[in-house]
Design a protein around this ligand. Structure first.
Ligand code: NAD
Length: 506
């Protein structure tokens, strides 16, 4: 039986009312706000203004003005970098407040969120460093008469739209790089988890980001997000969320041919060979599937096990899953918190029921956990899953592990690649050739070898196929928020086109 950590009622939490940040001014809700019910505690914990189309338009106008006329794109990279470093320090100083907000609003385990905030600080510092290294190219090799200079210019106004599953971490994968390049931004957090992004607005003003450079509009996708992806004054959209809404974003942005960066869903395989270090793998399988309650684009939700080890491995994963602590997001011991909404829990349950109806075997878990408040589900394992089943191809976004088997390497690669997603993958083997073969043949933006879901600010992240477009993080992350301009300069006399030089005009 899974270890249960019963949530304590939120008796000492005061409901927080948040405002929106438009052109440097705080605007409280002027209509009924969006109420956030904590998924782990079942009570209202935050209220966000329900931003309107007009709010989004005003925020875009402020960002446009700040870009076209303001100081931010015109200051030196060294000055921008100093502001980003100050922001990183202020985030660090308010990390406990930020962690608590994300834990309560998203139902994430507090110990885990503390790590996410620390990781975000590292990303802000990394972006500050990259700001000073953003440069173009020069070509002094084009002959005596030509000098070519390639400039990197800030792309302009960026719309940043983020999901609920890593509220503070995901905005950190976008905004500091956009700011480092000299862009201005309108940010829309998920309507479920907006608190920490609004606090980020306070931090940025305090750090010295001028009014209008970062605008934060709370509200829903169809109301606020739709304006941000279609408005002609926006130059780029950086979106993280589901593949379905990502597709809509691209269609909407296409009307004015905006640049689009998309970080979307995943259905990530871990391929395991008989010679793997299975002790290490078993832990990584449990971590990969149940971290963030499986509500993670990178979740290792598909195990592709060599047939000879499959039944032993499934048993060992089930044995370890029993020790995972599920429950109160605010208890430091908790490893798996709450499910984001009751509707989402229903969706997860439907996947588990559908898989069983289709012939998959429930090897562990499968039932929601009732604590009398919030909504929870413990680690679940579905064995004997077939590649064509929905649970093997679609993103369940819950603590549900699907187990498939293979006999040959080619078969394993075939199963891994036979879906629409291509975000990440893992391979486990002590054999170098096996790991590299899988690493090169699996179509995914990240392939972990003998580990899973490690990351660093220096390493690019993003998806193949319908998992996205473009990459975040890494040393090119700032360049993503730039346009390239060629300066083609002529030195000395120019050869005329319409008249050979030795011919006279008639
Ligand atoms: P979602 O697509 O429902 O919403 C994401 C954001 O888009 C929210 O802010 C939402 O309000 C907004 N939105 C909704 N409709 C919109 C519209 N018509 N126009 C503009 N914006 C709109 O996703 P979610 O449920 O919040 O997050 C879960 C999804 O995010 C999963 O699919 C997960 O895989 C994905 N995700 C991907 C990554 C990655 O880096 N690849 C990281 C985290 C989450």
């Amino acid at each position: 039986m899974t270890v249960l950590v019963t949530p304590k009622a939120l008796t000492d939490h005061k409901v927080r009312d948040f405002s929106m940040l438009i052109d440097g001014k705080w605007e409280p809700a002027n209509s009924p706000p969006i109420e956030r019910i904590a998924p782990g505690h079942g009570v209202v914990v935050s209220r966000f203004p329900a931003g309107t189309r007009a709010d989004a338009e005003r925020a875009i106008a402020a960002a446009r003005k700040a870009f076209d006329q303001g100081s931010w794109p015109r200051m030196t990279a060294s000055e921008r970098s100093a502001v980003l470093l100050k922001a990183a320090d202020l985030i660090s100083a308010r990390s406990e407040e930020l962690a608590l907000l994300d834990a309560i609003e998203a139902g994430k385990p507090i110990s885990q969120v503390r790590g996410e905030i620390a990781g975000s600080v590292d990303i802000w510092r990394y972006a500050a460093a990259l700001a000073r290294d953003l440069h173009g190219e020069s070509y002094n090799t084009l002959g005596d008469g030509t000098l070519g200079v390639v400039l990197r210019e800030a792309i302009g106004v960026v719309s940043i739209i983020t999901p609920w599953n890593f509220p503070f971490l995901i905005v950190a994968q976008k905004l500091p790089f956009a700011l480092a390049a000299g862009c201005t931004a309108v940010v829309k957090p998920s309507e479920l988890t907006s608190g920490s992004t609004v606090i980020l607005g306070e931090i940025l003003l305090e750090a010295g980001v001028p009014a209008g450079v970062v605008n934060i509009v709370t509200g829903t996708g169809p109301e606020v997000g739709a304006v941000m992806t279609s408005h002609p004054d926006v130059d780029m959209v950086s979106f993280t969320g589901s593949t379905g809404v990502g597709r809509q974003t691209m269609v909407s942005a296409a009307q004015t041919l905006k640049k689009v960066s998309l970080e979307l869903g995943g259905k990530n395989p871990q391929i395991v060979f008989p010679d793997a270090d299975l002790d290490s793998f078993i832990d990584a399988a449990v971590f990969g599937a149940y971290f963030n309650a499986g509500e993670c684009c990178n979740a290792g939700s598909r195990l592709i096990l060599h047939k000879s080890i499959a039944s032993d491995v499934v048993q060992r994963i089930a044995d370890l899953a029993r020790h995972v602590k599920v429950g109160d997001p605010l208890d430091p011991a908790t490893q798996v918190g709450a499910i984001i909404t009751p509707q989402h829990l229903d969706k997860i349950n439907a996947y588990v029921a559908g898989a069983q109806a289709g012939g998959a075997k429930l090897a562990y878990g499968g039932e929601p956990l009732d604590f009398g408040m919030g909504q929870f589900m413990g680690p679940t394992i579905l064995d004997a899953v077939q590649p064509e089943m929905a649970v093997a191809r679609e993103e369940v976004f819950g603590p549900v592990l699907s187990v498939l088997t293979f006999e040959t390497t080619a078969q394993a690669i075939g199963i891994a690649n036979a879906i629409d997603y291509g975000l990440s993958a893992g391979v486990w083997s002590r054999d170098f050739d096996t790991c590299l073969t899988i690493g090169r043949k699996v179509r995914a933006g990240t392939v972990w070898m003998n580990t899973f879901m490690d990351g660093a600010s220096e390493l690019p992240f993003g998806g193949y196929k319908q998992s996205g477009l473009g990459r975040e993080l890494g040393r090119h992350a700032v360049e993503d928020y730039t346009e390239t301009k060629t300066l083609n300069m002529h030195i000395g006399g120019r050869t005329n086109w319409w008249m050979p030089q030795n011919e006279k005009l008639a």
